[in-house]
Design a protein around this ligand. Structure first.
Ligand SMILES: *[C@@H]1O[C@H](CO)[C@@H](O)[C@H](O)[C@H]1NC(C)=O
Length: 285
């Protein structure tokens, strides 16, 4: 009897180890560098990925898997110093003219000026749902975790486990929701000095090139889409809790704190842009 009880934690430990081995990422297994002619690199036995940008080209990578819903974490350390004009995009996207997309874009800035974190959600090819933020820390000094929770009810963008944006399923008011098209993870570092920093006023300082952004600790709890079917990591029901996850009261408060103190643009309050009234999803809380 005693030995039976003793074995429970051991079994549990072995099980957790299996789960984390299965899903802690290795960049060699999970991603391909897709462009940049050697400017993107997978290092440290697959534990680190770096993208660089110089005057000739940027670089990018994409996931091997396609996902239909998931909770996806990645740690990023952004281009330090004078990153004005550079954009680091990290996003999920399907393909084709009516594609779905969930975007994080980091717009660089002059040394000491804050990055802008730009977010957007496209469904069936329609975007235009921008929210932008400043961050409450220097995103170039260290790695921070940027997460996308995407389940049938909601999309939650989080930074270091603090939710910054929630996009709810608003099909009830006629707004298409991303739920039928599998998406890959993409990231790229490129030059966008025609618009990125203060609306294109500040140009990339090429004397500071090459610019480098770094990635580590990719982690996905997700449903993987393959050969026309989706399979979720369903080893244990608790492992799939994210499929029904919603914000609890504490997370709601954190979200409100970010939106009140760090949000610098919200399409849902841009009256000039929507003189005929806001998009219907703006009324869904
Ligand atoms: C850059 O810094 C300025 C000044 O603080 C700020 O208004 C702007 O939002 C920052 N981000 C970008 C991408 O321009």
């Amino acid at each position: 009897m005693a030995s039976h009880l003793n074995s429970i934690p051991i079994v549990f430990f072995a099980f957790s180890l299996l789960v984390s081995l299965a899903f802690a990422g290795n960049f060699h297994n999970d991603f391909d560098i897709t462009w940049g002619d050697g400017r993107g690199k997978i290092l440290n036995n697959g534990q680190l990925l770096t993208l660089t940008l110089d005057k000739t080209s940027g670089s990018g990578f994409q996931s091997r898997n396609e996902y239909l819903f998931g909770k996806i974490d990645m740690q990023l350390k952004l281009v330090p110093g004078n990153s004005a004009g550079t954009v680091t995009a990290y996003y999920l996207s399907s393909q084709g003219p009516t594609h779905d997309e969930i975007d994080f874009e980091f717009l660089g800035n002059l040394s000491g000026d804050p990055y802008t974190l730009h977010t957007n959600v496209f469904s069936q090819g329609k975007g235009g749902r921008e929210q932008q933020f400043h961050l409450w820390f220097d995103p170039t000094a260290d790695f921070h975790t940027y997460s996308i929770l995407w389940n049938p009810q909601r999309i939650i963008f989080s930074v270091d486990n603090t939710p910054i944006r929630e996009f709810k399923n608003a099909e009830s008011v006629g707004v298409a929701y991303p739920k039928n098209q599998a998406m890959r993870i993409y990231s790229s570092l490129w030059n966008a000095d025609d618009w990125a920093t203060r609306g294109g006023l500040i140009k990339t300082d090429w004397s500071k090139a090459p610019f480098t952004a770094s990635y580590r600790n990719f982690n996905a709890k997700a449903c993987i889409w393959s050969s026309g079917r989706s399979s979720c990591n369903s080893n244990a029901p608790s492992n799939n809790a994210w499929l029904n996850e919603e914000l609890d009261a504490t997370s709601q408060q954190r979200l409100q704190w970010v939106q009140k103190n760090y949000m610098i643009y919200n399409y849902c309050t841009d009256a000039k842009r929507f003189p005929q009234g806001y998009p219907p999803e703006c009324a869904i809380h």
